[in-house]
Design a protein around this ligand. Structure first.
Ligand code: ZN
Length: 453
């Protein structure tokens, strides 16, 4: 969306020096179209979706595939129908697919089983090869992951994430974006991240250019925690050291740092920065770890294959309402049922996703081959990178922060150049990064430079 006519300030060298510590970039005011979409996200729709998914009794990956009323097959077909409905409403703007595969026997798969990812793709207008993926898992479990018969409502885990993805598809399919957004709901999460692994592996095989992936898993904001101060924030988990780090990269990291600067960590910073521009009362809480203790999620197969990814999850989990056979025991009710989901909270999580995805898909691609030049010993910092090919590119920001700081604190728009020397700021004393900026002021995530000659 290019609703803004941006004024790009072309500064003389002297003016650049005079404003060296300021932020002379194009627009940083919120995009009104994103603000409008944020308002369109509906807690009522999300509630209806969660209740519908729960109505299938169980969505265990091993449950019925061909019963129209009960089991994972009924859920699969209903989600597919929802995506098709949205597509019909936008002139077939979505490519809606059932991506089926036969999962061989595995730890939690006693017999070979067909699994089906339900995928809706909103193709980008100017850079369709650049892809952003948002997911939720539509399978569920009771106390046992391989019990296909027990009721497994899975309202929070993970009808909440699935409903988030469906609501995002509804709102975002009414718009156009530069890059492609893939809305995906997957099964087999509880069986070992199987649906997500299949998608990530296919993406790797076909060299899909996934610049970011978000999994929404347990985003219901359980109602038993309503008094908690954490009601107004959501956790975004990101790994610091890349899951696919090479030995050479590890050596560099041990030598000069960078353990807080993986592409996934930059993505988490981006989500927070963008959400802060639009949401006053709901915040992103960055968690500097790949996932919680004893738990894993659908972002991990993407990370392992080199795609930047983050996990989005509520703050105060209530384990009496996750992975529990529905029952009352010693006066305590167990079960992941809808009355423990706060639909307004889920809507806020959907808004965080929407802001991040729309900002990413409107922005230029991340700059490639960003390097910090280590040829000479100097107290200036020399950076270089490859030119972007985005038609609406305005230029680049060089950003920096103190080595102990969590977020980027300084930024300078340096124009449409492919190298820049930051005067009198030593690379030994700060972390630097580069991001691309378009004429409307949309920014890519920051790329952390690798040492180069
Ligand atoms: Zn889950």
């Amino acid at each position: 969306m290019k609703n803004f006519i941006a004024t790009v300030l072309v500064l003389s060298a002297a003016a650049v020096a005079a404003t060296a510590q300021t932020n002379a970039q194009p627009r940083s005011v919120p995009d009104p179209e994103i603000a409008k979409m944020v308002k369109e996200v509906s807690a009522k729709n999300i509630e209806a979706t969660i209740r519908k998914l729960v109505s299938f009794g169980t969505r265990n990956t091993l449950s019925e595939q061909d019963d129209p009323a009960r089991g994972i097959g009924a859920a699969r077909d209903w989600i597919y129908g929802e995506f098709q409905k949205f597509s019909a409403a936008c002139g077939n703007c979505l490519v809606v697919e059932k991506q089926s595969f036969l999962q061989p026997k595995a730890n939690r798969v006693p017999e070979p089983t067909t699994l089906t990812n339900v995928v809706a793709t909103l193709k980008g207008t100017t850079d369709p090869g650049r892809v952003y993926v948002v997911s939720g898992h539509y399978d569920s479990m009771c106390s046992s992951a391989i019990d296909a018969k027990c009721d497994a409502p899975g309202a929070n885990d993970d009808a909440s994430g699935t409903a988030t993805v469906i609501e995002l598809a509804r709102v975002m399919s009414k718009r156009k974006f530069d890059a492609t957004i893939v809305f995906i709901t997957v099964p087999g999460e509880e069986q070992g991240l199987l649906g997500a692994t299949h998608f990530a592996e296919q993406a790797k095989q076909t060299a899909m250019n996934i610049e970011a992936m978000f999994t929404n898993d347990i985003v219901g904001g359980v109602t038993t925690q309503k008094a908690s101060p954490n009601r107004n924030r959501v956790r975004v988990f990101s790994e610091g050291v890349p899951s696919n780090e090479t030995e050479q990269q590890a050596n560099t990291r041990r030598s000069v740092g960078g353990e807080n600067d993986s592409a996934s960590r930059q993505l988490a910073r981006y989500v927070k920065e963008q959400a802060d521009r639009y949401l006053r009362t709901f915040k992103v809480w960055m968690i500097y770890r790949r996932d919680r203790y004893l738990r894993g999620g659908d972002h991990i197969p993407f990370l392992e294959r080199g795609f930047p990814a983050a996990r989005i999850t509520e703050v105060d989990e209530d384990y009496t309402h996750q992975h529990q056979t529905v029952r009352t025991e010693k006066g305590i009710f167990y079960g992941d049922t809808p009355e423990f989901v706060d639909f307004g909270y889920v809507a806020n999580v959907a808004r965080v996703n929407l802001i991040a995805l729309a900002s990413l898909a409107n922005a230029p691609a991340k700059p490639k081959n960003v390097g910090i030049v280590t040829r000479r010993l100097t107290n200036d910092t020399d950076l270089k990178w490859d030119a972007n090919s985005d038609a609406d590119l305005a230029g680049y920001d060089v950003v920096w922060r103190d080595t102990t700081s969590a977020e980027w604190t300084g930024a300078k728009f340096v124009g449409s150049v492919t190298e820049y020397t930051v005067p009198k700021m030593s690379k030994d004393n700060y972390f630097f990064g580069v991001r691309a900026v378009d004429k409307a002021g949309n920014k890519s995530p920051v790329v952390y430079p690798r040492p180069t000659q």
